[in-house]
Design a protein around this ligand. Structure first.
Ligand SMILES: Cc1cc2nc3c(=O)[nH]c(=O)nc-3n(C[C@H](O)[C@H](O)[C@H](O)COP(=O)(O)OP(=O)(O)OC[C@H]3O[C@@H](n4cnc5c(N)ncnc54)[C@H](O)[C@@H]3O)c2cc1C
Length: 530
């Protein structure tokens, strides 16, 4: 791992009394373990061919993954007037000072090739009448760059094609209805596989010379989220508890326009609706965004989220009005949004859609280098649970699907032919899960005190609630991950990108990343490493 990155080290402590598991790896154990079956996990499994691998999915393959819900699409510099340099530059600007320019460049450069890979796998990206890819322009992109499928069905189509390919691939073994609940580590500190729990609560160990975490985001730790409930930051907790470095956990992106229709998770009303001219209005029908930002509805995502948060905090409901901009076309151009509205009893051709900000994407994650290596031997990370430095303090829209496929291909290139070291006898710790009522309490505290607008009293309160829940239930994965986010948010005394502190509303002069590790320091103090 590179140790020369500019940043802080922050250490958190946790008093654990977990169950202990032991395992022995057979000498011929060469099967790679992929934990999580979203875009990162599926694409990685396919690219590893012919190397044998096993992929773990908590649900039937292809389901319970944010990837399947993606509405916008995948960004890549495919337009004749666009270049990877411009894509990388837009990524760096969006990330508010914390994007690693080298990784932004790498992802932008590999993007077009990876889109072509997806086309080969059967993804039917939208085409122009002359057969070129139809690319749409999204906020903060300087060129049309987003490859879509049938309007807002990109995630469903991509995951459909990949799920079929994985099921047909002879080198991939699939374990469905199981989740990883802990990692195994040998005496030399090498990660040696995972402890799995099936749908009936039965545990087992799975040893492997290389484990790759692809478990997605952390939205499920917040009461209001667009993520599937399986996205609860499991990978962060599992990796952190064995000493992995976690980067920038405080940086969470809140989507401004999740539908506020009493559903959990909240259905998303994609940003593209505002791109097409939909406006944000109050209950009286009056637009309000111009009061907050000169770009009004097209202001950056975090600015729009804070404006809506401010209206809601002052007791004024907020609605998205698509009627004048889209009229009847919403049915065909945004079928996912239309169906979600109709299911909630709202006909967007005639009614406005109630919206609220929701936890949408985790920029932070397990620190990863440009080849997907974490700071622990034998452990790689890919997709939203990783922090490569590509998203900084604020992700550029449609860059996350791109990052997942680019990094999956790089990890596969590294591991396909490599002579993997076998781990020795290993052991793993398994803290208890927290009961459902405690999880819901945690989610409410995180949404209320670690959300769109944060301050020291609120963050201190949520940390004290986590302490209390931990005293009652032990260091459950959800509590560990939530603590990482809240403690780093308290430690970052500035506002930057998706992290807004009302008590520190300005950015500090020098942007620094946060690195959190169980082992680096004894006390939760910050130390510049640059
Ligand atoms: C509604 C919505 C719309 C979005 N739209 C876009 C878009 O248009 N463009 C874009 O670039 N990004 C978009 N994003 C973000 C993007 O979808 C995600 O960042 C990306 O899909 C992450 O891929 P992933 O493979 O890392 O995670 P996921 O696709 O979430 O997959 C994670 C997998 O891990 C499994 N898992 C979780 N915990 C465990 C465990 N403990 N053990 C085993 N398995 C586990 C999950 O069930 C799932 O199978 C959107 C996100 C949402 C929620």
């Amino acid at each position: 791992m590179e140790e020369s990155r500019r940043g802080h080290f922050l250490t958190l402590s946790s008093g654990s009394r977990p169950e202990i598991y032991t395992a022995s790896a057979p000498a011929d154990d060469a099967r790679i373990l992929i934990v999580g079956a979203g875009l990162a996990g599926l694409f990685l499994a396919l690219r590893l061919a012919p190397r044998p691998c096993t992929i773990i999915s908590p649900a039937p393959l292809g389901q319970a993954a944010s990837s399947a819900w993606a509405q916008g699409g995948l960004a890549a510099a495919l337009h004749p007037e666009d270049t990877p340099e411009q894509h990388a530059a837009d990524t760096v600007i969006a990330g508010a000072g914390l994007v690693d320019p080298a990784i932004a460049r790498l992802i932008a450069e590999d993007g077009p090739t990876r889109v072509r890979d997806l086309i080969e796998l059967g993804v039917p990206f939208d085409r122009t009448p002359d057969g070129q890819l139809a690319l749409s322009l999204e906020a903060a992109h300087s060129h049309p760059r987003v490859a879509r499928v049938a309007g807002d069905l990109a995630g469903k189509a991509i995951m459909g094609a990949l799920t079929a390919a994985v099921k047909a691939a002879s080198h991939i073994r699939i374990i469905e209805h199981a989740r990883a609940v802990g990692l195994l580590q040998d005496d030399n500190g090498r990660i040696a596989g995972a402890i799995l729990k099936d749908a009936h609560g039965r545990t087992s160990t799975f040893t492997s010379p290389e484990t790759i975490l692809c478990t997605g985001g952390s939205g499920g730790l917040f009461r209001v989220t667009t993520n599937p409930p399986q996205a609860r930051g499991d990978a962060l907790a599992m990796a952190w508890s064995l000493g992995a470095v976690i980067a920038d956990p405080e940086f969470v992106q809140f989507h401004p326009t999740a539908m506020d229709v009493g559903l959990d998770p909240s259905p998303l009303a994609t940003e593209a609706l505002r791109g097409e001219g939909a406006i944000l209005v109050g209950a009286d029908g009056d637009p309000f965004m111009a009061r907050y930002h000169e770009q009004a509805e097209l202001a950056p995502r975090d600015e729009v989220a804070r404006a809506i948060h401010s209206e809601l905090s002052d007791g004024r409901a907020v609605f998205l009005d698509t009627r004048a901009a889209l009229g009847d076309q919403i049915k065909d151009h945004f079928p996912t949004v239309f169906a979600a509205c109709m299911a909630a009893g709202i006909d967007p051709r005639h009614d406005t859609i109630p919206v609220a900000p929701a936890m949408h994407y985790h920029m932070g994650g397990i620190l990863s280098d440009t080849w997907g290596l974490s700071s622990l031997n034998g452990l790689s990370v890919c997709g939203e649970c990783a922090s490569t430095g590509a998203h900084g303090a604020n992700r550029l829209a449609s860059n996350s699907l791109l990052e997942a496929v680019v990094m999956a291909a790089r990890i596969a290139d590294r591991l396909r032919e490599s002579d993997l070291k076998h781990a020795g006898d290993s052991r793993g710790e398994l803290p208890a899960d927290i009961p459902e009522d405690a999880l819901q309490a945690l989610r409410r505290h995180m949404a209320a005190n670690c959300g769109v607008v944060r301050d020291a009293p609120g963050l201190t309160e949520v940390l004290s609630q986590i302490d209390q829940l931990e005293q009652q239930h032990g260091p459950a994965r959800t509590l560990v991950s939530a603590r990482l986010i809240a403690a780093a948010a308290l430690a970052r005394k500035e506002s930057r990108g998706g992290h807004f502190r009302s008590d520190y509303p300005a950015p500090q002069e020098t942007p620094t990343r946060t690195f959190v590790s169980r082992d680096r320091l004894k006390t939760p103090v910050l130390e510049a490493t640059s």
